[in-house]
Design a protein. Structure first.
Length: 317
């Protein structure tokens, strides 16, 4: 399948399907927050997506996982609602709701029926502006996270993946575990989370994406609330990836493993390079699924492995 502008062509038929997506309507508020709205009133669902330009790259070197922890704790209690009340309110609205931290950005997301947008925004705004990061909830989060990380450390596939990143990116963030290590997570205290929130949740460089049947009246209310948000700092520049430029073979001895995991990697082009999407398509053809060439040759034809894959993963713009 090939994509060109708004047209999709299938190579095995003469069928041509034309798809036209609505345009985003963009505006910038006086405090710098950008709003992107795409009206889709006939769907019945609305999506609210708040994006901050910070993420795991902003973790202190010895506290990997702080961005992930801060994002997870946003929905664990505010000045007026406990974690249980937030969960109950979300369930009552039938709303999907959560915050997530990635390498370069952090999001707060909600999906809800159009008729409940006002109620959903109330919770959305409360979580954004008045989180309190309760000690009890932080302790529970840390215990769950540490147990999950310990399980990951026993998985050969996860181990070799982390080792590959460490070797490819030297000592920069991109070579460190974004989710942290048990030791990193155990060291995180409430003050660390508060400091990270106060320093990096910079509303001036944030963007809100609204997709769905959001009325003009609802949009006006959202805009008025956003204008109340205080900017916390100037935009924070993220750490740039540092690539290894020499070949290195890394072997992890795990005698109890019943299979051998093999991974190879090298640095490629930035995400906004003109050849990024053609290269992404080529990578998918090479090893992006069961019908890819790697899978067909290595598994289907020769039976040498359960699977072989390739992927192009951006770490810089």
């Amino acid at each position: 399948m090939f994509m060109q502008n708004s047209l999709f062509y299938t190579s095995d038929t003469d069928l041509e399907i034309k798809i036209k997506l609505p345009e985003f309507e963009k505006q910038t508020l006086n405090n710098g927050i950008q709003i992107y709205q795409m009206p889709t009133g006939d769907v019945g669902l609305s999506n609210l997506f708040f994006l901050f330009q910070h993420g795991g790259v902003n973790d202190p070197e010895k506290m990997c996982g702080l961005a992930h922890t801060t994002a997870a704790m946003l929905t664990k209690g505010t000045k007026s609602k406990s974690a249980a009340e937030i969960d109950f309110f979300s369930d009552h609205l039938g709303m999907m709701f959560g915050a997530h931290a990635y390498k370069l950005y952090t999001t707060l997301e909600a999906e809800v029926l159009d008729e409940y947008v006002n109620s959903a925004w109330e919770l959305f705004y409360e979580v954004l502006t008045n989180p309190v990061f309760p000690e009890g909830e932080l302790s529970k989060h840390k215990r769950r996270k540490i147990n999950a990380l310990k399980k990951i450390s026993e998985d050969p596939g996860q181990l070799v993946g982390m080792a590959l990143l460490q070797q490819m990116f030297n000592k920069s963030y991109f070579g460190r575990p974004g989710a942290g290590t048990p030791k990193n997570i155990d060291s995180i205290q409430k003050q660390h989370v508060l400091d990270f929130y106060n320093h990096y949740f910079n509303f001036k460089s944030a963007s809100l994406f609204l997709v769905g049947g959001i009325s003009d009246k609802q949009l006006m209310r959202i805009e008025n609330d956003l204008l109340k948000m205080d900017d916390k700092s100037n935009r924070i520049e993220s750490e740039k990836p540092q690539f290894r430029n020499s070949f290195k073979l890394w072997i992890i001895d795990k005698p109890d493993a019943t299979q051998v995991q093999v991974k190879a990697g090298w640095h490629s082009i930035p995400q906004f390079h003109k050849d990024y999407y053609p290269l992404q398509m080529g990578t998918m053809m090479l090893g992006g699924g069961f019908s890819s060439r790697l899978m067909q040759e290595i598994r289907v034809k020769h039976g040498l492995s359960y699977g072989a894959y390739s992927q192009l993963q951006p770490v810089d713009k």
